[in-house]
Ligand binder design. Structure first.
Ligand SMILES: [Zn+2]
Ligand SMILES: [Zn+2]
Length: 354
């Protein structure tokens, strides 16, 4: 396990010990078990202790060597955020399906779609990739993949310079990529390959190192709210009141907010965000400002109509802009604010004929 930990440190992935035989972090010291302080104010962390799980992660080889010398059976956790990793954690265990709108958050699945046979994270992720015309991460041989003892798979990618992607669990109600697929990024850790637990070994498939996060997957993470302090998804925001001060929404018109309407909102949102993130691969300033402005205008209209809140709109647009143009944060912020304000003058009710 020491060799595993040191190998990670060499790759500049900060590590922390796991409980021997387990995939959970090593226990806190007695003083840190009562939960009365935050990691930021922890005296143990300041003096090189190993409390608070991934918050203690380090690449300091002396500290790592000392720890594993005394507890050689501790498995190795890698703190994903500081390691600049985004790991897609695919769960192989068969579970009962949740509500349809939680399978691929933000992508409505009509009642006539037969979901027989859909049972785990490999299935949901493969469908999402197919929908985007992309390689299924589970089959992506260009990047590092790790088989878990329960038959799941961790697909390791290098995080982009921005935005800072956040963790989620596929069964979560605040943000999720798709059902039974977790995202490990800022605020989380992943078990390093070579770690042995009571359930078995985490073993690397092939020799590939983590490849850059594919742009389509970055877009999906932005769309599904995996950016800082952004936890409200469009499908949960359907019945929110409009932002204070904005124009009054049109009164509900019977069947106006139906499934077709929800589709239209999600689709409109996706189209404009894809336009913005697509600029990441375009030459410098090839219509970036115009696209960002158009996206902000469209989404401003959705905010005014009560489809999502102002804060979520700003966060989502800023994340998409930062992804495409990491060095133009301030300028993008100005375009977003003015675009949202202009769009708010024209509430948008996708799917409703006016
Ligand atoms: Zn402690
Ligand atoms: Zn502490």
């Amino acid at each position: 396990m020491l060799a595993v930990a040191l190998e990670c440190a060499t790759a500049r992935w900060p590590v922390h010990p796991l409980a021997p035989g387990r995939k959970s972090p090593a226990r806190n010291c007695p003083a840190c078990q009562d939960g009365t302080h935050t990691p930021a104010s922890c005296p143990c962390l300041r003096t090189g202790g190993w409390c608070h799980g991934f918050h203690a992660a380090t690449t300091d080889t002396a500290r790592i060597t000392a720890r594993w010398a005394t507890r050689p059976a501790s498995g190795v956790g890698v703190s994903c955020g500081p390691a600049q990793l985004v790991v897609i954690d695919i769960d192989a265990r068969t579970k009962t399906l949740p509500e349809r709108d939680r399978l691929w958050p933000g992508i409505p699945i009509h009642d006539h779609v037969d979901l027989t046979g859909l049972a785990n994270g490999f299935h949901t992720l493969a469908v999402l990739a197919a929908l985007r015309g992309a390689t299924d991460p589970a089959e992506d041989e260009t990047t590092m993949r790790v088989r878990t003892p329960s038959g799941g798979l961790h697909v390791w990618y290098q995080a982009p310079a921005s935005p800072d992607f956040q963790c989620s669990t596929g069964s979560g109600t605040t943000r999720a990529l798709c059902w039974q697929v977790d995202v490990r990024a800022h605020g989380g850790y992943v078990v390093a390959p070579g770690t042995i637990t009571n359930e078995g070994t985490y073993s690397r498939l092939g020799t590939a190192a983590p490849a850059p996060l594919p742009p389509w997957l970055a877009r999906e993470l932005i769309r599904t709210g995996h950016t800082a302090s952004h936890t409200v998804r469009i499908d949960h925001a359907q019945h929110r009141p409009p932002a204070a001060g904005g124009p009054k929404p049109r009164p509900r018109e019977g069947a106006a907010r139906t499934e077709g309407n929800r589709d239209a909102v999600a689709k409109a949102m996706e189209t404009v965000l894809t336009d913005v993130t697509g600029c990441a691969v375009a030459a410098e300033n090839m219509g970036f400002s115009e696209k960002l402005n158009r996206a902000a205008y469209t989404i401003g209209g959705m905010v005014a109509a009560g489809h999502l809140d102002q804060h979520t709109a700003e966060q989502t647009l800023q994340a998409a802009a930062d992804y495409a143009r990491p060095r133009q944060h301030k300028r993008a912020q100005q375009i977003i604010r003015s675009g949202l304000a202009a769009g708010a003058q024209r509430p948008m009710y996708p799917g409703v004929r006016s």
